[in-house]
Design a protein. Sequence first.
Length: 78
Amino acid sequence: MQSIVPQYQAEGMPQQFAASLAMTHCSCVIDEFRKAFSQTEVIGMSVEDRAAFGEGFAAKCVGVKKEETYGSVGFAQY
């Protein structure tokens, strides 16, 4: 979340709104991980796979629709 807030502020959002929006998006990404994987599965993922799934879930949470395969485990993201 700490890296997202400055990006939103650079786009002209007030600090409190940027923080609130970032918190909502971060919570959404965590929820998507919980829906898709068990904690054991996430712990067993490579850093690259976690990052790829995180990016895919983040895109989904902000409403970006794209169909790609993320990570070596293969995952269609909508």
